[in-house]
Design a protein around this ligand. Structure first.
Ligand SMILES: Nc1nc2c(ncn2[C@@H]2O[C@H](COP(=O)(O)OP(=O)(O)OP(=O)(O)O)[C@@H](O)[C@H]2O)c(=O)[nH]1
Ligand SMILES: [Mg+2]
Length: 330
């Protein structure tokens, strides 16, 4: 029989992750308090358009997993940008992919909820791809929110892209969006990001900030660790495995007077054959994922992370509501 997923209370780790260098900046007096504007900005777009890359570049921290595999992001992940104009809280969302599968329907819902919730919308379009049915549908989805939308035409660093073509499409389907709110960018190479921020600040109202300035994300420690491990895994695995994988943090405990956090995590896959691949020859794959995850986690946290990483099979988890709900609501 399949083993039940264990549920541990990790609420005591509920603190978000503070900005690493904030204290130094503060003590050296070279930081400027954020200005009066505040907005929640939903980042919407098709899978692989570069939403997470934008979030990471704008917030200056790798808060969201980037990978060449479509449908990498599964949650509404926040990245916070503070400037002299104010605070923008970006909400990364799963790529909008048209499919009736249970996991996809849940991912679509995560994206739609954020459209409604935010003061602004950032619509990211991949300029290397032809405008197809899915792009049309994404634009339609955004239509009711056009008055609060900025469009980023992404990947202009790639030779041969035709941003004018995309611009024409936007002018046709979303004529309510003025020309100066359609910006050519390279999220990867940090081109045009400031212009996007400026356009968003123009739309943002003056309001109390949503987060203290030392935070660059609202993710709980357990979720952050799970996402770092998932990122290391999916960027080393191919075919269906990245989609068939999730990370379950089953236990965490501070040790050595708070200097070390011990974490037990499971890389969960759907089938035995996938388990063998994730473990690898002589356990080489799982070892690499563990070591590279620890390296990443060291950059994020002040304390050492001791990671016990194992692989387990959770048959057909993508069809199971309790697991999907747990993953989506984290
Ligand atoms: N050359 C280039 N590649 C980019 C740019 N932005 C993103 N990419 C690449 O596009 C791929 C997808 O990027 P992501 O940021 O993961 O895309 P996403 O929209 O978050 O994808 P989902 O989470 O799957 O919806 C990755 O391989 C990125 O490195 C860009 O400006 N230029
Ligand atoms: Mg993403």
């Amino acid at each position: 029989m399949e083993k039940e997923l264990e549920h541990f209370d990790i609420s005591e780790f509920a603190d978000a992750v503070p900005r690493e260098h904030f204290t130094d900046e503060y003590e050296n007096n070279n930081y400027e308090p954020a200005g009066p504007k505040t907005a929640l900005v939903a980042i919407i777009g098709r899978p692989s358009s570069g939403k997470s890359t934008f979030l990471n570049t704008a917030s200056g921290e790798p808060v969201s997993i980037v990978s060449p595999i479509p449908q990498t992001t599964r949650n509404a992940i926040k990245g916070i940008v503070n400037t002299s104009f104010g605070q923008l809280v970006f909400v990364d969302t799963p790529g909008y992919h048209i499919s009736e599968k249970k996991l996809n329907l849940k991912l679509q819902q995560v994206a739609r909820d954020q459209l409604e919730a935010g003061e602004c919308v950032l619509y990211v379009i991949d300029a290397t791809r032809d405008i197809g049915e899915e792009e049309q549908m994404t634009a339609e989805l955004i239509k009711p929110y056009a008055s609060k939308t900025v469009v980023a035409i992404n990947k202009i660093d790639i030779a041969g892209t035709k941003p004018e073509h995309v611009r024409k499409f936007i002018r046709a389907v979303l004529p309510e969006i003025p020309e100066d709110r359609i910006v050519n960018i390279s999220a990867k190479n940090d081109i045009g990001i400031n212009d996007v921020l400026k356009s968003l600040y123009d739309l943002a109202p003056e309001a109390p900030h949503l987060y203290p300035e030392e935070y660059y994300t609202d993710q709980e420690v357990g979720f952050r660790i799970a996402e770092v491990v998932r990122g290391q895994a999916i960027n080393r695995l191919t075919d269906e495995i990245p989609h068939a994988l999730y990370v379950d943090i089953s236990d965490m405990e501070f040790k050595k007077g708070g200097k070390e956090l011990w974490v037990r995590a499971f890389l969960c896959v759907e089938r035995d054959s996938q388990k063998g691949i994730v473990i690898g020859k002589g356990a080489s794959m799982i070892k690499t994922i563990r070591i590279e995850s620890i390296k990443e986690l060291r950059k994020i946290f002040d304390y050492r992370i001791d990671l016990d990483l194992q692989v387990k099979v959770v048959k057909n988890w993508r069809q199971k509501d309790p697991i999907l709900n747990k993953l989506m609501n984290e």
